[in-house]
Design a protein around this ligand. Structure first.
Ligand SMILES: [Zn+2]
Length: 583
């Protein structure tokens, strides 16, 4: 087994001459694509086919460059050559975005686009994305303005987003008299010692005072810019733009929120039961949301984690277990924390080589085992999508977290089957902690962001208004589940998701993916093995249709609350079981 990932499949190293040569060749390749789009041609069918083939070739060419730089920096933030390559890669992304806009306008200008697509086998296999390109032309910034606007964003919203990242990275909290990195202090929310959790929470809340003013400027400005961009693209508002880019309708989003709102009282029962278990009278204080419950001191070595995953997923789908084995054997995973490596975990796929790379910060907790299952779920999704043409392999945000959450659900359900009563309480709590975040906390984030976006038409919100709006959103979602005296008025400063310039409302996709995965797992429980090939086929199609059509293809109607009621209901049922075990 290898515990450091192997990047030599992309380049021999950052000083590989092939890397420098490819990086240098990239702008010329994009210029050539642009010229191909602009060049007049008598046969449009032939021209579209040439552009599509060049688009995919260019993607394959770019993959190793982006993978090499991004992966190198994530385990070695200061790596000089990778750091220096970021600027040319950002410029290339901008040029690529403009080339794609040109392609959109060209496709939209073809009166016989449908006939062209249907008349060519290669184009037919990419029909959905080509039609989507053509539709996007209706929602583009005026070509005269597009270049300058994209450039201004680099020094506007994108710069503020970077500033926010730097403010967070350099922020320390005074924990028990010692200046401590914020990430370390936030990690103490999982500590077994109640006093540690409370002191860490107080240190965290106090430290945001140091950055609240610049953070509030970043947040207001990024959302104000989003309103401007939505207007320039001809969308009704920022949510309308986000939904369109997510291939999702407002009706479906509302159906999900309806079911979630209905289930809130049942879900709050979990927080109340956990509060009771931990000896609180007035609901759960915010600092105990992640408190471990029961005998959760068991730790796992990476070998044990691998054996559990191979066993659990081997019983679910042999092809997935096989891929996991390859991942452990062939250096797909960078396992352990180290100096200069970033926090958290992620998975990145390389279509052309049919491989993924997974970063984790494994320290041996059960939650770390679950994270591995999650990231390898993404890797399996990547693998299934290589069954489709490259252009059809970009899943929209709400589907992107489905395969990962599904794996967490499989792991948790399997482990509970053989657990003792004490272990069951601990596993149930771990599952509920996750799932209530995905539903209850995400609902509060959506409500908050909606208010902040709407406010921009009138004025930028002051720090005090942002804090009050956050507390209001937490009241609407957590209600009496949380102690009203001990909440988190600074969650808007804590979560980086609010500050992304490319993805607004980066919250509802988590609820969507999490609940959709539960719905799929319920199907697996009913249908057993017969569901596995259906599931694999479904994953392969995540980038090739609207969400409503993809889900309908496996008999799930996401447009009305019924499906969502069942999915949220299964979490509420776990909450009831937890309350019962607590007694
Ligand atoms: Zn994920």
């Amino acid at each position: 087994m290898k515990t450091n990932w192997d990047l030599s499949v992309f380049y021999k190293g950052m000083d590989d001459p092939a890397f420098a040569a490819d990086l240098q060749a990239l702008p010329g390749r994009i210029d050539a694509l642009t010229a191909l789009i602009d060049a007049p041609q008598a046969d449009d069918g032939k021209k579209v086919r040439e552009i599509v083939e060049e688009l995919e070739r260019l993607s394959v060419f770019c993959e190793p460059l982006y993978m090499m730089v991004m992966l190198t920096l994530s385990t070695d933030a200061q790596q000089p050559q990778a750091d220096a390559a970021q600027t040319p890669l950002n410029r290339a992304s901008m040029a690529m975005a403009q080339a794609e806009s040109r392609f959109s306008r060209y496709l939209a200008s073809l009166p016989d686009l449908d006939a062209i697509i249907e008349g060519d086998e290669v184009l037919r296999a990419r029909g959905f994305v080509l039609r989507e390109y053509a539709q996007k032309a209706r929602h583009q910034i005026d070509p005269v303005l597009e270049g300058p606007v994209l450039k201004m964003q680099l020094s506007g919203g994108k710069a503020l987003s970077e500033l926010r990242g730097k403010l967070e990275a350099t922020l320390t909290a005074c924990y028990r008299g010692e200046e401590t990195p914020l990430a370390t202090v936030r990690g103490m929310a999982y500590d077994a010692d109640a006093c540690v959790r409370r002191d860490a929470y107080e240190a965290e809340i106090a430290c945001y005072k140091k950055v609240e003013l610049p953070m509030s400027v970043c947040l207001n400005s990024i959302k104000a810019e989003a309103c401007t961009i939505a207007g320039l693209k001809g969308y009704k508002d920022v949510l309308d733009m986000t939904l369109s880019e997510s291939r999702l309708t407002k009706q479906t989003l509302d159906a999900m929120w309806t079911a979630i709102r209905e289930a809130l009282p049942d879900l709050r029962a979990y927080f109340k039961a956990k509060a009771k278990l931990l000896g609180h009278k007035n609901g759960l204080p915010f600092y105990d949301l992640f408190a471990p419950v029961g005998e959760s001191t068991r730790t796992y070595t990476i070998e044990e984690a691998r054996d559990i995953l191979l066993d659990v997923f081997g019983r679910f789908c042999p092809e997935m277990a096989q891929m996991m084995e390859t991942a452990f054997d062939e250096g797909w995973i960078d396992v352990y924390p180290k100096v200069g490596k970033r926090g958290g975990a992620f998975c990145a796929g390389c279509y052309d080589k049919n491989i993924s790379r997974v970063m984790t910060n494994f320290t041996g907790s059960l939650s770390d085992v679950s994270t591995l299952a999650h990231e390898l779920g993404h890797a399996f999704n990547n693998r299934m999508m290589t069954r489709m043409p490259l252009l059809m392999t970009e899943p929209p945000m709400p589907l992107a977290e489905t395969a990962s959450t599904f794996n967490e659900t499989v792991l948790s359900a399997q482990m509970r089957k053989t657990a003792s009563r004490e272990e069951e309480l601990m596993l149930l709590d771990a599952s509920l902690t996750e799932n209530t975040q995905v539903v209850v906390d995400i609902y509060s984030r959506f409500l908050f962001e909606q208010k902040v976006v709407d406010a921009q038409a009138d004025h930028a919100l002051s720090v005090e208004e942002l804090k009050q709006t956050m507390l209001w959103a937490q009241e609407m979602s957590y209600g009496d589940g949380l102690d009203p005296e001990v909440r988190h008025p600074y969650m808007w400063a804590c979560k980086s998701h609010y500050y992304s310039t490319g993805r607004h409302f980066y919250n509802f996709p988590y609820a969507f993916g999490g609940l959709f995965a539960r719905g799929l797992y319920a199907r697996y429980e009913q249908e057993g093995e017969a569901f596995v090939p259906v599931y694999c086929d479904l994953l392969s199609r995540f980038g090739s249709d609207t969400i409503e059509n993809i889900t309908a293809s496996v008999g799930i109607d996401v447009t009305t609350p019924d499906f969502w009621r069942q999915a949220v209901g299964s979490i509420a049922e776990e909450a009831r079981r937890f309350a019962q075990l607590v007694g």
